[in-house]
Design a protein around this ligand. Structure first.
Ligand code: ADP
Ligand code: TRP
Length: 321
């Protein structure tokens, strides 16, 4: 049973990304074989600054390693280091109906926003199918926004198998609907596009200021607050503090006597401690980038060993060999 997922090299990660995507992926390592890669080829469809791409790719590698991705146990690599995926994309592309790609929500959303599409953006789901099929993947954990891309991958695999004979494992998606949406500083979904994030590795002073700036209502500290469980700071505290500590704060808020300032101070302290070990690991890794580079290359070697076998199977099935 192989689990695989692609991670976008999209800059600074926030605690919504952490609790919604990273934590579940890191926990999955205990349950079986995991293949995780940084989707740097995909980033080329919308980012055209090479220095920025390098920086983001490295940043994401540091973030994931610091947060507990274990490169001994899991296979962790940079997508473009296994360029076999680009060849498989061609093979799959020749069996992908234009209509299928024209119906892709993410493509339609982007063009509707006025982004002038390049071929890469249009072909994005075919590259994604190649990512998945190249490694005989069984399970692909993704957010709901990727569901349609997974369905396309299945369609493309089935079409290839029908045309050229059984070649690819047809993967199952694992949509993470059970994971709560982490609220941001303004109470909406935390998202980098809303500017309401708490970064995982944010700078101390700036993050303290952000958290102390969360807007609350005007009730006095003494007033009981029967809706304490809905309080944003309590909800965030639940993520980063031990359960009994969070419950204690919630109870104090409910009965009255706890000021919002003290609650926010506690939230900051717990957030800061929660990520302390990861922060130290990240600093260590950042001071030893050759080591990080070596880990990614080793990961690519392990990924390529699988990729070669599967690509050969596809080349033989389709009559290239
Ligand atoms: P953003 O909304 O900040 O652009 P992305 O869309 O890049 O975040 O999300 C990357 C991953 O993190 C996805 O799997 C997504 O489901 C998860 N994620 C992002 N924001 C949240 C959130 N507020 N709560 C839970 N999961 C989230
Ligand atoms: N498109 C995915 C996203 O935006 C990233 C991705 C690329 C991916 N290739 C993949 C996810 C293969 C799962 C499997 O999040």
């Amino acid at each position: 049973m192989r689990t695989l997922t692609g991670i976008q090299p999209s800059g600074t990660l926030h605690i919504g990304n952490y609790f919604g995507a990273m934590r579940p992926a890191i926990d999955a390592q205990a349950r079986g074989e995991c293949f995780y890669f940084i989707a740097d080829y995909h980033s080329m469809t919308s980012l055209f600054d090479p220095a920025e791409r390098r920086k983001n790719t490295l940043g994401v590698a540091l973030d994931w390693l610091a947060c507990g991705l274990d490169p001994k146990h899991s296979v962790f690599w940079r997508q473009s280091d296994v360029s076999e995926v680009a060849e498989l994309m061609w093979l799959l592309g020749t069996l992908t109906p234009m209509g299928l790609l024209e119906r892709a929500h993410s493509y339609k959303d982007k063009t509707a926003k006025g982004i002038s599409p390049n071929f890469g953006l249009f072909a994005y789901p075919v590259l994604m199918a190649a990512d998945i099929l190249l490694y005989d993947t069984h399970r692909v954990p993704v957010g709901r926004d990727q569901k349609q891309h997974l369905e396309m991958t299945r369609d493309i695999a089935i079409k290839f198998n029908q045309t050229y004979g059984e070649t690819f494992v047809v993967p199952e998606s694992e949509i993470r609907d059970d994971i709560a949406v982490i609220p941001g500083l303004d109470g909406q979904k935390m998202s980098k596009s809303y500017g309401n994030t708490i970064d995982i590795f944010g700078e101390e002073k700036a993050t303290r200021k952000k958290i102390m700036g969360i807007v609350m209502d005007s009730r006095t500290p003494a007033e009981p607050k029967p809706d304490a469980d809905k309080n944003l700071a309590i909800q965030l505290l639940r993520l980063v503090a031990p359960a009994d500590v969070a419950t204690d704060f919630e109870n104090r808020l409910r009965v009255g006597g706890l000021g919002y300032g003290d609650l926010k101070k506690a939230l900051f302290e717990h957030y800061w401690n929660y990520f302390a070990a990861a922060r130290a690991r990240r600093a260590e890794l950042a001071a030893n980038l050759d080591h990080v580079e070596a880990l990614l290359r080793e990961g690519a070697d392990r990924a390529r060993a699988v990729a070669r076998v599967v690509l050969k199977r596809a080349r033989q099935a389709s009559g290239l060999e």
